[in-house]
Design a protein around this ligand. Sequence first.
Ligand SMILES: NC(=O)c1ccc[n+]([C@@H]2O[C@H](COP(=O)([O-])OP(=O)(O)OC[C@H]3O[C@@H](n4cnc5c(N)ncnc54)[C@H](O)[C@@H]3O)[C@@H](O)[C@H]2O)c1
Length: 394
Amino acid sequence: MDKVRFAVIGCGSIAEIAHFPSLAQEEAAQLVACCDLNAETAQKAAGKWGAAAWYSDYRQMLDERRDLDAAIIATPNNVHRNQAVAAARAGLHVVVEKPLAATNYEAWDIVRVCREEGVKLMVGCDRRFWTHNQWAKQLIDEGVIGDVLMTRASLHEHWHLYQNNVAHTAFRLDAAVSGGAALTDTGAHAIDLLTWLTGSRVKRTVGIAKRLAMPAGYTLNDDTVWLLLEYENGSYGCVSCNRFSPVVSQATELYGTEGTIFTATDATNPFQSSPMAVYSNRDYSFEELPQILKDYRWPQHFWVEDHIDAHVPKRWMPIMPPRRPGNYERMTAHFVSCILNDTQPLVSGEDGARAVEVMCAVIKSMETDGWVELPLPPGERIAPPHYQPLPYED
Ligand SMILES: NC(=O)c1ccc[n+]([C@@H]2O[C@H](COP(=O)([O-])OP(=O)(O)OC[C@H]3O[C@@H](n4cnc5c(N)ncnc54)[C@H](O)[C@@H]3O)[C@@H](O)[C@H]2O)c1
């Protein structure tokens, strides 16, 4: 195989903004078929992005086509399980947009079937593919900030920003379909990112996910979430997300025994004026400085700063990574390479299911008023309030 042949199921906003352009950029990928419940959307996408065929029923597509290697599932959360399972049973490698599913049992079911079929499963947690987050991970692994003991990820962003300007449908507002918002939509990113950067599994969690700002007539979903995470390696994390702040603020803070790293990912503000900042207490000469810091750190003195100081001054270092290639381009290229080289995706199905389990544990913690241990006991099924799971189609 020299090209991976893709179908995209769900040709809405994230497919249009991210998946189709990334597939078009990737030389080893070919878009073969577009599928959307809305036939006009599917047909339009196929015409615009050069797919040979379009469908409005994913089962028909999977039955008919023998020329597919992989599927990207970018549909509302409640259909992820049935579509991912059907694609895997048809022998396709699968990317499922985050959250992997709305319930712990749907999420683990996707993982189980993909394992049984021997296909690759990746979850669309694009935050891991932002350059500054990848650099943060690398710098932590190189010991630049010592042992990371405390972390925090936040993502505050009004419903309207995406819903009114970008989204193609209103599924996010419908709790029966989406299963949540601050926790399962924006929170899904923050939980995954923090857990990956921490490099450990969540041992237990406690939190709240509530609707504080928006009227019930707009949505029954939560718009505010606070949660604490205790990791198996003994460190602690905190996630805060909301869906009512009219302006985006987003930060990931990593506190180690020898330093601190902040990343802003995809929004900066005057208080947080560069996409990434690093402080290290270690004594570096310019030659010893990790390459990322050497290349992308901006001087405070002036351009010959590195030649003036025998040792790199201990100060906050603002880091300015390039914006291109972008997160989704890297994510698609990575998935294609996993298929061609038979390697494991960076965001595994298990990672996605464990993140959903954290979300379900937060819901449970509001009922029990306390910490919830992970993994959840075998057979325990937790669904978000108001969520209406679809019957399994297989
Ligand atoms: N990684 C990210 O940052 C990110 C950003 C946006 C969306 N997402 C995720 O992507 C998924 C889609 O979100 P969106 O914003 O693109 O939604 P959207 O409303 O813009 O588009 C959804 C599309 O799916 C189609 N659809 C609905 N049910 C279908 C079905 N049964 N079969 C085929 N098509 C169906 C709709 O007609 C619509 O075209 C969600 O899971 C969401 O959480 C992730």
